[in-house]
Design a protein around this ligand. Sequence first.
Ligand code: HPA
Length: 270
Amino acid sequence: MPDKQLEYIKSVTDFEPEVALVLGSGLGALADEIDIEAVVDYRDIPDFPVSTAPSHKGRFVFGYIGDVKTVIMQGRVHLYEGYTANQIAQPIRLMRKMGAKILFLTNASGGINRNFSIGDFMIVEDHISSFVSSPLIGKNDDSIGVRFPDMSEVYSKRLNRIIAKTAKESGISVKKGVYIQLSGPAFETKAEIKMCSVLGADAVGMSTAIEAQAAKHCGFEVCAISCITNLACGIMDKPISGEEVTETANRVAPQFKTLIKKSIERFVNG
Ligand code: HPA
């Protein structure tokens, strides 16, 4: 069957990315700061999900981070926008078909671990996706990946070591932990955060685990960094707002961008 989405991309650009990068809240500007070769709006791609979340632009940006050929998702799609897990996986699978082998996911999240502070970065070591639907439900496309994929190392230890080393050398402090994805769009209740904590989660958010699962299935080497934009409900006795999330994400974006760019260069060049 012809792949209409890939064909459309190829009709715009023959750029073959090595790395795919998904930008979370507050990080969108990174895509405008690289050496851009081509841009494709999601809305122009046949049957493609389009971002509706605030500050998510909704386009692929193709270009160079240092000398590394990268495709950037400037805006992702979420369950809370009404998309299915399968639709959320589409851009990830498409970037793999474009040729990318490494996927770098970023997000904003609420800190559950009591050693975390607002503005911290957390290298994602593992995730809990059991409360959201799987992107792998339905007929399996064997040309993409196996029916029952292993998830014992979703987040590459190799990539995580490089991120940790890069952070240290750049004077950026990073935490490590487990990310739990919930559907949103409501922030969690105190009881839900207590549950997440008991289950072993260090940070909570509304993205990433579905994308990581789809990415592992289709053969990406995956890593993710979470920006702790607020402390989760009940960890701090204060209501959470979308504004607080955006404000923190914007405040720490310069450091976050440095860490992402330097890490990507090292992923490929050593
Ligand atoms: N909960 C869920 N998602 C989030 C949060 C949170 O506290 N902060 C940023 N994204």
